[in-house]
Each structure stands twice: as C-alpha cells, then as structure tokens.
Design a protein around this ligand. Structure first.
Ligand SMILES: C[S@@+](CC[C@H](N)C(=O)[O-])C[C@H]1O[C@@H](n2cnc3c(N)ncnc32)[C@H](O)[C@@H]1O
Length: 254
C-alpha cells in the first residue's frame, strides 16, 4: 500500500516556531527528507529508527537536484512509508513545495501540506518589524531576489509602489534590486533592514535606507540566509525594540 508524504514547514529557525501538527509529523515519520535551514533540535525529535535524508540546497547551488528529490519522495511513499518532507519556513513560500506537491499529485501519491511560519514574516517580526501596520503599510509583497535564470527578478516596477517589500534570497542582487526600485520611483530615503538568521540565537540585523542598505549589509558582512524589508514599517523597530519593557517575539534586539 502506498504511504503518504507530508510537506511540512519547519518554521524560520527557532525550533519552537514549528506548528503542533508539523512536530507530530516529524515524531511519527518513517523517513524524513530535510533541507538546509532546518533546526537540528527538530531532527532530534525523529524516531530512533527513522531514515533521515539531507537534500539541502544553497542559494544558487544544489546538492541533490529537484528531480532527484521528487523521485526520492515517490519511491519512499511507494514503499509504504510515511514521509516527512521538512522544509524551512513555509513549504509553499519559495520552498519548491508547490513543485513537489504537483509531482506527487500527478502520480497519485497521497500527500498533505502542513504550513509553516515563513521567514518572510517571522524574520522581520523577530527584528521588531511588523510587515503591515494600519497606519503605515496596508500592502506587502514577498519577492525572490534570485530567479531560476539567475537574473535579478521580475516586476520591481510594480513592487516599488507597494508599502512593504520583503525580499527572500535577495542578498546577491540587493544592489541591483535597490537601484531598480529607486529607478521606479521609490524614495532613496525609504527605511530598510536586513535580518540574517532571524529567530536563530545568532540573528543579526542591519538597518539603513533603500539607498545604502546594500552597502551597509556588505560592510557588516551579512550574507545569506537573510530577509530584506523595505518600507516605512522598518521605523517601528526603534520603538518596538528599544522601548522600555517592550517585548516582541523571537530574538528581538539581537
Ligand atoms: C529557499 S527560500 C525558503 C523560504 C522558506 N520557504 C520560508 O517560507 O521562509 C530561503 C530564503 O529564505 C530566507 N530565510 C530563511 N530563513 C531565514 C531566517 N531565519 N532569517 C532570515 N531569512 C531567512 C532567506 O532569504 C533565504 O535565502
């Protein structure tokens, strides 16, 4: 009998930010196929006899190809196993969860998606930056700074007009993307922040403006994995992190 694949979001880093259902999947699974940004504490929850497969990808490079990952999920499920496909953040936010779900659906392999807390929301939150705010931002776009073709992403002109812009995988192309946003009319003085390893104990945050955030992040040595936030909401960090007695989730203030 065919098993089942659970596409599980592990959350942004802090192991406490996985969902209750996601943790149950890890604890139950016969096999766990996991990515690079998954906390070791979560893998420690696996059954002692569970099969663990690391298939992590970096920014712009792959250790195991997506085709091989798809085939691995299929073959484990066909053997009747319950498979936990554990991915950083949310599986359907730039996590190729959609591709894996499509592959499984086409082959009639039972699967279920267990959403996760995306770094797109959680990394800014952990740095004291709400991505929306009634007074300052009523729209937010989540974009990748790194496309399949390696070019600097589409639609920056449209994104420039939205209140908050959240960039994932954007560090390499940040200088070019900032230029595109300014060329599209976004003020160079727009507040911006880079949050590296948000919610992990070694979280780092750099703030600046659209005009200088790429240079500031470079000067501070901030590489991936980092989330970039551009918009007036970044100003709230000063109030939320520095206010006496203020508490925000995660590693705020680090
Ligand atoms: C392949 S995408 C996966 C996104 C993931 N599915 C999610 O919903 O968070 C990986 C990118 O997410 C961002 N990212 C993941 N974890 C992060 C963290 N803890 N702090 C900041 N950014 C993070 C970085 O931009 C990284 O390059």
């Amino acid at each position: 009998m065919t098993g089942k694949v659970y596409l599980v979001g592990a959350g942004p880093g802090d192991p406490g930010l996985i969902t209750v259902r996601g943790l149950a999947c890890i604890r139950r699974a016969d096999a766990i196929v996991y990515d690079r940004l998954v906390a070791p504490e979560l893998l420690a929850e696996a059954r002692p006899d569970a099969q663990l497969y690391y298939v992590g990808k970096g920014e712009g490079w792959e250790t195991v190809s997506q085709d091989d990952i798809n085939r691995m999920l299929e073959s484990l499920a066909v053997r009747g196993l319950e498979v936990c496909r554990l991915k950083g953040g949310d599986p359907f936010v730039f996590g190729r969860g959609g591709e894996e779900a499509e592959y499984l659906a086409t082959r009639s392999i039972p699967f279920e998606v267990v959403p996760g807390v995306s770094a797109a929301i959680a990394a800014p939150a952990a740095a004291g930056i709400p991505v929306t705010h009634r007074a300052q931002a009523t729209s937010v776009v989540i974009a990748t700074g790194h496309t399949c073709s390696g070019s600097a992403g589409p639609a920056w002109e449209a994104a420039a007009g939205l209140d908050t812009i959240v960039l994932l995988m954007g560090m390499k192309n940040l200088p070019a993307i900032s230029q595109r946003l300014m060329a599209a009319g976004r003020s160079p003085a727009t507040p911006a922040a880079v949050v590296r390893r948000g919610t992990w104990p070694d979280q780092q945050v750099v703030t600046g403006t659209l005009a200088d955030i790429a240079e500031r992040a470079r000067a501070a040595g901030l590489g991936p994995p980092a989330t970039v936030v551009i918009g007036e909401v970044v100003r709230l960090r000063d109030r939320l992190v520095n206010a006496k007695g203020a508490h925000a989730p995660g590693a705020v203030g680090r």
